[in-house]
Design a protein around this ligand. Structure first.
Ligand SMILES: [Zn+2]
Length: 511
């Protein structure tokens, strides 16, 4: 009798093991992490089964199965149920939610429902069987999983083991909701304190219909052909008639959240004056402002950028998860909607791309590698293709504006570069001791609709002073704007900038 019970219980536990594995494997973790999460979740479940029968077990199992299904659905769709997913659920309006539901694969929904049912059946059956076993047999079922969890946890290759256990398949949605509330609270608090402090704002001439600020991500200057790279990641400078290229731009820092606020707001060393940001400056000068993002919508990396982004008249984030980003080309639908709306005000549209952020190969899966293969390692091949993709994105924006017969100007810069490394992915953020000039060497160029020959500004420019360049570019002036910090000033001998950048810990690095 015992023997048969054990045999049956083993079958159910195996099915449960595969159900949980199917979920964790979709969460984009290392193989060790996947198994750690699976064995840990199973240990808890089996220990729970082993407890004597209780009337509260059924509602618990029903809840667990629904959480399992919810997790599975989002993991297959986005890689992981995380704070970004919660943000997209909470912040989506009814029409968007409906569109999302209609566009989701019915097969995936059916698959999820079937698995929830299997999970309920298996979990209740396994419980009945294990609860009736002798104490010794119960121990034999639980111990191997507990031991395996301990071994995996202590294995050197598994990083953030504690985080993995904390965010296991059952607690994950709750922790994500908690994280969301935490970050939202911080963000609202920060946003509450931002106001516009610009003084004496005035227009200095006829503006274009549309100004587009494309913010790149992790793009190294030396990987652009028109900056001297030997591969066709972009066109040659001679073919780019309407380009004005700044020869040597230096990013304010080596990571997005330190760099971007300093490109967009007046800053001095460690201080950023969020009340003097270029979104508010544009609004004060009579522009309609739009922010489109394909970056994290919420979380510890997002808030520093969001403080400025959410000052725009309209904010759209197309990214639904922090773990899997969409293609930057998905930003173009909203972009087209914005420019089709012909109001009398000129527009400034900020486009915050995911560009060439690691993992490079998942950046280019959307467009597939298009460059003729070289003998580089795969990661670097993908990286070069991600630069090509960025160039194609910018070219597409340009042609959309041309087709719509809108007068326009586009500026592009990257938030920071990356440094060469000996280990995967071979190009890394220049954080900590990895800091080097390459981590801040970025592309910076303008595209206009009125120029007939390319131009190179043979200067070093610290993008930390971009608000002054921006003002001159969109032809506005304000009391706090200093033309001696603008790269567009025709007399470049008058360019006066402090020659420094900040490392990841806000340390000052003189260049
Ligand atoms: Zn970045």
């Amino acid at each position: 009798m015992q023997h048969l019970l054990i045999k049956k219980a083993l079958i159910y536990i195996s099915i449960l093991f595969f159900c949980i594995l199917l979920l964790t494997i979709n969460q984009g973790r290392s193989l060790g992490g996947v198994f750690l999460n699976t064995t840990y979740s199973l240990s808890i479940l089996i220990a729970f089964f082993a407890l004597n029968k209780s009337i509260f077990k059924l509602p618990i199992y029903l809840t667990l199965s629904l959480i399992y299904g919810f997790n599975l659905y989002y993991s297959i769709n986005y890689g992981s149920m995380d704070v970004g997913v919660i943000a997209s659920i909470v912040e989506t309006n009814r029409t968007e939610a409906l569109e999302f539901f209609q566009s989701t694969s019915k097969l995936l929904i059916t698959f999820t429902i079937v698995l929830i049912i299997i999970f309920i059946v298996v979990i209740t059956k396994a419980d009945q069987l294990i609860a009736n076993l002798s104490f010794g047999s119960k121990l034999c079922f639980t111990l191997p999983f507990v031991l395996l969890t301990i071994i995996l946890y202590s294995h050197h290759s598994i990083k953030n083991g504690f985080q993995l256990l904390k965010k296991n398949i059952f607690t994950n949605p709750f922790i994500s909701i908690q994280d969301y509330r935490h970050y939202k609270k911080i963000e609202n608090e920060q946003l509450k304190h931002v106001k516009s402090d610009w003084l004496d704002v005035s227009n200095q001439g006829i503006q274009k219909d549309i100004y587009v600020v494309v913010i790149g991500e992790s793009a190294r200057r030396d990987k652009f052909r028109f900056y001297g790279y030997n591969r066709n990641t972009t066109q040659d400078i001679k073919e780019l008639n309407n380009y004005t290229v700044v020869k040597q731009a230096i990013a304010p820092s080596v990571i997005t959240r330190v760099s971007i606020p300093r490109v967009l707001a007046i800053n001095n060393y460690k201080d950023v004056n969020f009340n003097l940001n270029i979104v508010d400056l544009s609004k004060a000068a009579g522009f309609s402002t739009f922010w489109l993002s394909n970056q994290e919508s919420i979380g510890k990396h997002a808030s520093a950028v969001n403080i400025i982004a959410k000052r725009a008249d309209s904010y759209t984030n197309v990214n639904q998860s922090n773990s899997i980003q969409k293609s930057d080309f998905e930003l173009l639908d909203t972009f087209k909607e914005i420019i089709h709306n012909r109001e009398s005000k000129p527009k400034v549209i900020f486009i915050h791309t995911i560009g060439s952020h690691p993992d490079f190969c998942s950046r280019v899966t959307f467009g597939k590698n298009k460059l003729k293969k070289s003998n580089q390692v795969e990661e670097l091949e993908c990286y070069d293709n991600s630069i090509l993709q960025t160039f194609e994105l910018i070219s597409t924006i340009q042609s959309i504006l041309k087709t719509e017969l809108l007068s326009h100007s586009i500026v592009y810069f990257s938030d920071h570069g990356l440094v060469t490394a000996q280990t995967k992915p071979y190009l890394k953020h220049g954080v900590g001791k990895l800091f080097s000039e390459k981590a801040v060497d970025v592309p910076f160029f303008f595209i206009t609709d009125t120029q007939d020959s390319y131009r190179v500004i043979d200067k070093t420019y610290f993008l930390r002073d971009f608000p002054h360049t921006f003002a001159q570019w969109v032809k506005i002036d304000a009391k706090q704007i200093d033309r001696s910090k603008s790269i567009l000033n025709h007399d470049h001998s008058k360019l006066k900038q402090a020659p420094y950048t900040l490392d990841s810990k806000l340390g000052i690095r003189e260049l």
